[in-house]
Design a protein around this ligand. Structure first.
Ligand SMILES: Nc1nc2c(ncn2[C@@H]2O[C@H](COP(=O)(O)OP(=O)(O)OP(=O)(O)O)[C@@H](O)[C@H]2O)c(=O)[nH]1
Ligand SMILES: [Mg+2]
Length: 342
């Protein structure tokens, strides 16, 4: 008796004119990226999308909002939800940020825990038992995931460029024992383009594909995010402040776009006139942001403009000014206005 191999069957089906999607149906759905501040969630989101949607800094608690990034591929649409880092929040703004992250676990198809692998790897290397591989803060993230009831869990074991290769296996086995059923994928979101770490993010996307339900695309296939250009502009300015200022200043700063005007020009791309207000809590912070003879503010503006222009595909005239709004991080109506509270 002859058997028909699957490849033969595929050929037969193709010959009958049945769309390939019948055999390989479209999968699509929401996946929330969750983790500690600084774990690399936003870096991962941008790496998957191949463009910068979410801002990044070496300081914790950079992301303050829930940000969607939509990844389209053959037969697949992954709607990634970037979230603020989960931490023990002090103050109203931080509580709102953590609330935003936990709320983003509701109603999604799968969750991806982005974990900075260098931390637990270091603990194991310093003699921690596999049972104690996680810090208290990481265990809190794990319990949030468990309590969410989501059964499709992946772990993006990020920053593997920071650890020796031999540290990976013990770490993976310790994590497997802690979270049975989770798909663990070592990646370097930062160095994914580098040959040594290439393929990790693609493997993670394949894991996600298997976790998503069969479903038509949820968003048009040319849509990359749900946030507006205006929002990304305000975030890019905030990113420069995170990168250029220290101590409490970035955490006392918010950016509000006051004017966003696209001026058409004959035979040329339009010119964007953008005016933004940088809000701080105290006069001393205002002084630091402006700097001697306005040098610091000028540098923030120049660096932000360099990122904004390619995003908008047009020249930008960017005007920044700083104002003091005492205790805005505790002010419910200002937090709502800035989109940090609903
Ligand atoms: N070495 C290394 N650094 C990374 C990697 N991924 C991210 N980073 C760095 O880690 C820092 C934090 O990255 P983010 O993407 O802002 O982290 P996040 O999880 O979004 O942080 P929050 O928004 O604060 O919650 C930045 O300095 C990144 O460059 C990685 O794979 N390797
Ligand atoms: Mg982030």
């Amino acid at each position: 008796m002859s058997t028909i191999r699957l490849s033969d069957r595929l050929e037969t089906v193709r010959d009958c004119g049945i769309a390939p999607g019948y055999l390989n149906p479209m999968r699509s759905g929401f996946i929330t990226l969750i983790g500690r501040p600084n774990a690399g969630k936003s870096t991962l989101l941008n790496a998957v999308l191949g463009q910068k949607i979410s801002i990044i800094s070496a300081k914790p608690q950079t992301t303050r909002n829930r940000i969607l990034g939509i990844h389209n591929a053959e037969g697949l649409q992954v709607v990634l939800v970037d979230t603020p880092g989960v931490h023990q929040a002090k103050g109203r703004l931080n509580r709102a940020m953590v609330g935003m992250a936990t709320d983003a676990l509701q109603g999604v198809d799968a969750v991806c825990w982005v974990l900075d692998a260098s931390r637990p790897a270091h603990r194991l290397a310093s003699g921690a038992t596999p049972g104690n591989v996680l810090s208290k803060a990481e265990s809190r993230v794990l319990s949030l995931i468990s309590r969410s009831g989501i059964d499709k869990v992946s772990i993006a074991l990020n920053k593997i460029d920071l650890l020796p290769r031999m540290a990976l296996l013990p770490l993976i086995s310790a994590l497997t024992a802690k979270i049975p059923g989770a798909e663990i994928v070592p990646i370097s979101a930062l160095k994914n383009g580098n040959d040594k770490y290439a393929g990790g993010v693609d493997r993670l996307v394949s894991v996600w594909k298997n976790q998503l339900p069969e479903s038509p695309a949820l968003y048009p296939d040319d849509q990359v995010t749900d946030v507006s250009e205006r929002f990304v502009v305000s975030e890019l300015i905030r990113e420069k402040i995170f990168n250029l200022t220290r101590q409490e200043v970035p955490y006392a700063t918010a950016v509000e776009i006051e004017q966003f005007v696209e001026e058409p020009r004959e035979g040329k791309p339009p010119l964007f006139r953008i005016m933004a207000r940088i809000m701080v809590e105290r006069d001393s912070q205002k002084g630091i942001l402006i700097g001697k003879q306005g040098r610091s503010l000028k540098r923030i503006g120049t660096l932000a403009r360099k990122d904004i222009e390619p995003m908008l595909g047009a020249p930008v005239f960017l005007q920044l000014h700083v104002s003091v709004a005492p205790k805005w991080t505790e002010n419910p109506s200002l937090l709502r206005e800035l989109g940090y509270e609903s």
